[in-house]
Structure formats: structure tokens, C-alpha cells
Ligand binder design. Structure first.
Ligand code: HEC
Ligand code: HEC
Length: 444
């Protein structure tokens, strides 16, 4: 008799057959099967949640802001001119061509679908084709009764296969066209935000309209700081949500926590979904006056918790998204090889951006001074630091890095980034070396 069988028989006599069958399920090969199928389930569920789950956010975006009324427009029973498909695309919203009903796609191709009519936005919402936005309809299907948002709103885009803004989903690719601020400003009822921030409606509009395309301010609800001392918006670029496996500390300023922390934060405090959230750091009334006053670090269960049970799958799905590789011919290979040596040696980039995750294994945070920029955004986070951005898909400035580099896009090109480091660290790179380094950056 093997030791394991003896143990199982022993357990049966002590604990009964239930415990023994549990042992059988969790031992050896069957436990491996169990973890394999768990991984498959997390991947499948996570994709679904990332793409389609509103986490109960319709209570806020529809119920409170009444955004659905602005989408419908006066003619269909809402308010204002409505948001036509053309307008939606101008606001940076993306359309999933795989969800567009065939007749509608044919109609668009034949020029028979009026893209200036909000009724056609409703048709797209009904087909769940507007990425990141879910419409709720009356029983007769004619009236939009509410609207909720999904992670994919800011963290997915499309490949434009059908037309600009209409194509197949690219999950984890940031939407750098999306003007969330303009969408919020169009909402008929901003009282939830004027109450939370204790500012006027005009001030709320001014704050969110300043964000512009590809940016969102994920800390305004904590510190109420809408503008930086230089008068520019305090919003940051929507970051990629791929290539994050192995990376510690998330967001541009890092010290909030892991991907899982941030997912819970966003689901509860940004999307205003229905869940539970705990972070006593937000009780710091000096640093986070709005959060402390509104007790955002102590969100208790109200009704059904629509977020917590989804965190494992959501986490897993994000970690499974790879960094897209550069297309053939998008960089000069010989120069990139020279650049790699510079990256690791003379230019000292790898002292922080450690390949192949391109951030430090461990506590990957630095002061503003270390990297030679202002500390405004860093000081809004618990640790007062910037996270070493994991370098991902730097070759793509059309979508992924549209809007520039660093948290606020302050450097328009990789050349600007390299020039900045060259002078800040006094690297004394020649023009040829700079070019080589840039070609290497485009290869990762
Ligand atoms: C309205 C736009 C928006 C929505 C919706 C949104 N995010 Fe984000 N997300 C951002 C912005 C902006 C940041 C950067 C925040 C910062 O650095 O302060 C961010 C940061 C992140 C990060 C950190 C990425 C990194 O490089 O470390 C993750 C992970 C993430 N979001 C996941 C999610 C998930 C999951 C959801 C849905 C539950 C979601 N986000 C919904 C805009 C959004
Ligand atoms: C002291 C640590 C450190 C060193 C050394 C360093 N970086 Fe960085 N890097 C950072 C931090 C921190 C950020 C994030 C800045 C921000 O978000 O504003 C960053 C951001 C970047 C970005 C922008 C990424 C994005 O997604 O926008 C690029 C590109 C970059 N670094 C390249 C380099 C190169 C090339 C070198 C070498 C010449 C280098 N870094 C050296 C810490 C470092």
C-alpha cells in the first residue's frame, strides 16, 4: 500500500468519505486538471467581464448622470441634440464590427444608414457594438432607459478594419481617442459630481472638458485637484492594460498597489459600480480631502456586490494580454542591436527598465527628481513617486502611444524622451547613438 493510499484510508476512518473524496480531487493529477480548467475558466470569464460587464455602473452613468438622455436626444424622448454614430466616433468611441448586425453593416457600406441620426446609435447599443458602453432598454425596445460603462471603454480600441473607429476589438490597447471628459460634460445631471467635489457645475465642466482625447483623471475624486500648478489638466493618459504580467505596482504613480487593487478601485470609485472597497490611506484628509469627506476608502456593501467575485477573472485576463510585437520592417534591426547595448550599458536605461519586463523586479518606484520632471502627479499617490513605466509597444504611436510618452504625454516622440534622459543624466550620447537607441526602443 502506498503512503498516499494509507493516508486516504486513515482519513476515511477519521473524517468519513467526504474528506477522502476531497483528498482525491485535490491530489496529484486531478489537482493539475483542476488548475488547468480553473485557468481556462478565468481567461474566458475575465474576457467577458473586461469587455461586457458594467459592474452595476448604470446606477451612476444612467441613474445619476442620466447620460442615456443625452445619447437619445430630444427627438427620441431624451434631452439635447442626441449623440449620433458620427458624433460618437468623433468623441472617440469605438464600434465592434463583429457585433454590428449584418444588415446594418451592409447599410453603412451602401450609404443607407444615416450616421447623423441618434436612433442608429441606439441600434448599435442594442447590438452591444459600442465598445465599453452598455445600453438598457424599455420592454418595447424603443427607449433607452439607462447606460453603464465597461473596462473596455478606456482600455480597448479597434483595428479600424471596417472604417476608422469601426473594427475588431483590441483588448488592452488604450483608447487614446476617447474624450471621456466631453462625454461626462454632455450628461444632463452633474449634481453627483458637484456634490462630491463641492464645486459648481461650470467648474465640473471646465475640469472634465480640459482632459481632452485619451486622458482621464483617476484621482480627481480623491484630492479634487483638477489642474496642475502650470494650469494644464491634471488628467493622465489612458495606459495600455497589456504586458503587465510580472510587473509590480500599477498606474503611472505605482504605489496604489497591484492590478487587482486597481481593478477594485476603478470598479468601485471610478466606474461607480456596486461593490465593496477598503483603503484607509484615503482617510488622509490633507492629501485626499474629497475621499476622506466622502469615505471612499470604506465603501460597504449596498445590495448585491457586483464586483468582488469578478476580481480574480478580471485580474487573470489582464495578465494574459501580451504586448503586441512590432510589425516587420517597423525598425532598423542593425541599429536596434547597437541600441540594445547602449540601453543596457552607456545609457543606463536598464538600471530601471530591466529587460524583459522593462521595469524593476521589486519596488519599481522613483522620485520625480530622479527622472528629472515635476512631482505634481507623483505627489497625488500614496508614495509620492512615479512608477518605472514598463516599456511596451513603443513602435506604435498611431494608437498605443498616440498622445505622447510619460504619464501626461509631455514628450511627443521617442527622440524627445531620449534627449530628456541625455541631458538629465548627462549621458553624452552622439546623434548616431541616439538614433540606435530609438531603433531599439521601437523593437520592444
Ligand atoms: C474612464 C476611463 C477608464 C476606465 C473605464 C477604466 N480605466 Fe483603467 N485606467 C485609466 C487611467 C486614466 C489609468 C491611469 C491612472 C493613473 O495612473 O492615475 C488607468 C489605469 C489602469 C491600470 C494600470 C495599468 C498599468 O500600467 O499599471 C489597470 C490595470 C486598469 N486601469 C484596469 C482597468 C480595469 C480592469 C477597468 C474596469 C474595471 C478599468 N481600468 C476601467 C482609465 C480607465
Ligand atoms: C531612474 C530610473 C529610470 C531610468 C534610469 C530610465 N527611466 Fe525611463 N522611465 C522611468 C520612469 C519612472 C518613467 C515614468 C515617467 C512618467 O510616467 O511620467 C519612465 C518612462 C519612460 C518612457 C515612457 C514610457 C511610456 O509608456 O510613456 C520611456 C520611453 C523611457 N522611460 C525610456 C527610457 C530610456 C530610453 C532610458 C535610458 C536613456 C530610461 N528610460 C532610463 C524611470 C527610468
Amino acid at each position: 500500500m502506498s503512503n498516499r493510499t494509507a493516508l486516504a484510508i486513515g482519513l476515511v476512518s477519521i473524517l468519513g468519505t467526504g474528506a477522502a473524496s476531497l483528498l482525491a480531487q485535490t491530489s496529484g493529477k486531478s489537482f493539475e486538471d483542476m488548475s488547468d480548467s480553473f485557468a481556462k475558466k478565468l481567461l474566458k470569464d475575465g474576457k467577458e467581464i473586461f469587455r461586457h460587464d458594467t459592474l452595476g455602473s448604470e446606477a451612476f452613468w444612467g441613474g445619476t448622470l442620466k447620460l442615456h438622455q443625452a445619447i437619445m436626444g430630444e427627438k427620441l424622448g431624451g434631452v439635447g441634440p442626441g449623440i449620433s454614430p458620427k458624433k460618437a466616433l468623433e468623441l472617440g468611441l469605438k464600434v465592434d464590427v463583429d457585433a454590428v448586425p449584418k444588415e446594418v453593416a451592409e447599410g453603412i457600406n451602401a450609404g443607407k444608414v444615416d450616421l447623423t441620426d441618434p436612433a442608429n446609435t441606439l441600434a448599435l447599443l442594442k447590438a452591444e457594438a459600442v465598445i465599453g458602453v452598455k445600453g438598457f432598454f424599455s420592454d418595447d425596445g424603443k427607449t433607452l432607459t439607462g447606460v453603464g460603462i465597461q473596462c473596455s471603454l478606456c482600455h480597448s480600441t479597434v483595428d479600424d478594419a471596417f472604417a476608422p473607429g469601426i473594427g475588431h476589438r483590441l483588448d488592452g490597447w488604450p483608447n487614446r481617442d476617447l474624450n471621456v471628459g466631453a462625454i461626462i460634460a454632455a450628461a444632463p445631471d452633474l449634481s453627483a459630481l458637484t456634490d462630491m467635489l463641492q464645486i459648481s457645475e461650470a467648474e465640473v465642466k471646465k475640469a472634465v472638458e480640459a482632459w481632452g482625447p485619451g486622458k482621464f483623471d483617476a484621482e480627481l475624486n480623491l484630492d479634487g485637484k483638477a489642474f496642475r500648478p502650470d494650469g494644464k489638466t491634471a488628467a493622465t493618459l489612458n495606459p495600455p492594460a497589456f504586458g503587465l504580467a510580472g510587473v509590480n505596482n500599477h498606474t503611472w504613480t505605482g504605489a496604489w498597489g497591484t492590478v487587482s487593487y486597481w481593478n477594485a478601485y476603478v470598479g468601485n470609485l471610478e466606474m461607480h459600480g456596486q461593490g465593496v472597497f477598503f483603503d484607509p490611506r484615503l482617510d488622509d484628509a490633507e492629501k485626499y480631502p474629497v475621499a476622506a469627506r466622502t469615505k471612499q476608502g470604506h465603501k460597504e456593501k449596498q445590495g448585491k456586490d457586483l464586483i468582488t467575485a469578478k476580481l480574480p477573472a478580471l485580474h487573470f485576463y489582464q495578465l494574459s494580454l501580451p504586448t503586441p510585437t512590432p510589425p516587420n520592417g517597423s525598425f532598423d534591426e542593425a541599429k536596434a542591436r547597437k541600441g540594445e547595448v547602449l540601453f543596457n550599458e552607456k545609457a543606463k536605461c536598464a538600471s530601471c527598465h530591466v529587460p524583459p519586463i522593462f521595469t524593476e523586479p521589486g519596488w519599481n518606484l522613483h522620485t520625480a527628481e530622479e527622472i528629472g520632471i515635476d512631482d505634481f502627479q507623483a505627489m497625488r499617490s500614496p508614495d509620492g513617486r512615479y512608477r518605472t513605466a514598463p516599456l511596451r509597444a513603443l513602435w506604435d504611436t498611431e494608437k498605443i502611444h498616440k498622445g505622447g510618452f510619460y504619464h501626461d504625454g509631455r514628450f511627443a516622440t521617442l527622440k524627445d524622451v531620449v534627449d530628456h534622459y541625455n541631458s538629465h543624466f548627462d549621458l553624452q550620447l552622439s546623434d548616431d547613438e541616439k538614433t540606435a537607441l530609438i531603433e531599439y526602443l521601437k523593437s520592444i
